[in-house]
Ligand binder design. Structure first.
Ligand code: GLU
Length: 506
């Protein structure tokens, strides 16, 4: 049964989704699923100056790849829709008016030049200018707290630019509770009167966010630490409207692998790892950013890694399926301090997931890669290849390098290995080996191994004298799985052909 737990992921479509954003979405998803709740996607696109058209689709595609789909959002179960704030524009003015009428907000007409002058004036006195109870009614600022109603009306009718500011209460120690950080208190005298609405008809983030969380019946706001400074205003806004406030949980930052500071795209570029789930092309340019998907990471391993970046299960367990994460996730075990990003650990997870994947699933992926190369092999064969090379692979893209010899004859031979192992007498020995192979009917790995080893023993020579040139002829280098398994897989004809080739070329 559906519960009252309703959480939302509320990204602004300003570019690709950073892995910090993916983690926020993931924790919201896990929390929702754990409590049989609903995971909402809301697009916060009120800031048109930062709007990027392909970003919303990128966000949706990312959640899909990560397999953490939203239950409600643009185009899906639009029970509380629309879910794009730009499409809810008409709504917000009404709520700004409610605050104006109840005295929780006021019009302000100060121009940006005037505000700059105030800032500079304060700076020269070693002070910081804050628009709040200190000065809002002293007459130096132009707002509806000091102007008469008629003056305010006249300015608005004349088309003067205005903003609507929140009237922060004075002299109060505001007590707040964060699910992760516990009790937080703040002196309201230190807060500025934030802008809620602008004369262009657009709400600011703060107003739109609170109104929508209320109307969408959000029970828990789980978001990044960078929004913690907004929490007092948000709590005060709920109070001003007379609404119950949702519970808040502010997640720790994801930090650079070395040192302090938030993980940025630059860190990824410098150290060679992606910071985005999917590759992203900047609109109007050829600047492509790498993505975990395109770099060959498994979505489930990536999600597992992200889940543990700031949360711990309280046990030693590190490998979790999404279902297990849902069961174990608990906001109480999310840490307050930042989580250092470790690209090596990401690769470790990738490797663990590679080993745990079913050969059959990997074979499907590999078949598609082979087909792109024009190689069509039945899945049974490809599955056998996969099982013989998997333990040496981290990415599916490693498969070809580790197994091309199962599909085609070597085009060249490793020079160093050839020099060391293809000696005088080797061609004659290989010709004799061809004879031996010609006489073998059962080409199973076991049988060819027995027969060839018998022949070598009879000849009284070292195994290496035969095995190394044979491997070189079949693989092109001294690498690869058990030699007789390769022979069984490629079969009699190809084995002999490759030996003949090597005799000609080496
Ligand atoms: N639109 C904000 C963002 O881009 C949402 C913050 C919040 O979750 O309240 O992160």
């Amino acid at each position: 049964m559906e519960s009252n737990v309703r959480v939302r992921f509320a990204p602004s479509p300003t570019g690709p989704l950073h892995i910090g954003g993916v983690r926020t979405a993931l924790y919201n998803y896990l929390f929702a699923k754990k409590h049989n709740g609903t995971f909402v996607l809301r697009i916060e696109d009120t800031d048109q100056t930062r709007y990027v058209a392909n970003a919303e689709q990128y966000i949706i595609d990312s959640l899909e790849w990560c397999k953490i789909p939203f239950d409600e959002g643009p185009g899906k179960n639009e029970k509380f829709g629309p879910y794009r704030q730009s499409e809810r524009k008409e709504l917000y003015k009404k709520y700004a008016d409610i605050l104006l009428n109840s005295g929780w907000a006021y019009y302000a007409f100060d121009t940006s030049e005037e505000l700059d002058a105030h800032r500079k004036g304060h700076e020269t006195k070693g002070k910081t200018f804050i628009y709040n109870w200190h000065n809002r009614e002293k007459g130096r600022l132009v707002n509806s707290l000091v102007l008469t109603d008629a003056e305010v009306k006249a300015k608005i009718t004349a088309g003067e630019n205005y903003v609507i500011r929140f009237k922060t209460p004075q002299d109060e120690i505001l007590r707040m509770e964060d699910e992760i950080r516990g009790n937080i208190t703040i002196d309201t005298n230190t807060l500025d009167d934030k802008i809620l609405f602008k004369s262009d008809g657009m709400p600011t983030y703060h107003l739109a966010n609170i109104v929508d969380d209320h109307l969408m019946e959000i029970s828990h706001v789980i978001r990044g630490e960078e929004w913690l400074p907004s929490m007092p205003l948000h709590i005060l806004l709920y109070r001003a409207f007379g609404w119950n406030s949702p519970k808040f949980a502010h997640l720790p930052l994801i930090l650079k692998p070395v040192g302090k500071g938030k993980l940025s795209k630059r860190d990824g570029d410098k150290l060679g790892f992606p910071v985005f789930p999917l590759a992203y092309t900047n609109e109007g340019s050829n600047d492509v950013s790498r993505g975990y998907k395109e770099d060959g990471y498994f979505a489930d391993g990536f999600i597992n890694m992200l889940a543990l970046l700031g949360w711990n299960p309280g046990t030693e367990q590190e490998i979790f399926s999404l279902e297990e994460l849902v069961q174990s996730f608990d906001l109480n075990r999310v840490s307050k301090s930042g989580a250092k990003f470790n690209p090596d650990k990401t690769n470790w997870f990738q490797q663990q997931y590679m080993q745990a994947k079913e050969d059959s699933e990997l074979a499907d992926t590999y078949c598609a890669i082979l087909e792109e190369k024009g190689i069509y092999k039945d899945k049974y064969f490809v599955k056998k290849v996969v099982s013989s090379i998997k333990e040496r692979a981290i990415f599916v893209t490693d498969f070809w390098d580790l197994s091309s010899f199962f599909f085609e004859a070597p085009k060249e031979y490793d020079a160093k290995a050839s020099k060391k192992n293809w000696k005088e007498g080797t061609p004659e020995l290989m010709n004799e080996l061809i004879e031996v192979l010609n006489n073998i009917q059962d080409f199973s790995s076991k049988n060819t191994e027995t027969k060839i080893k018998e022949w070598i023993t009879q000849k009284g020579i070292g195994f290496g004298k035969v095995m190394q040139p044979l491997r070189l002829s079949l693989v092109g280098a001294l690498k690869g799985p058990h030699l007789f398994d390769i022979i069984e897989m490629i079969g009699k004809e190809a084995t002999i052909k490759r030996l003949e080739n090597a005799i000609l070329k080496l």
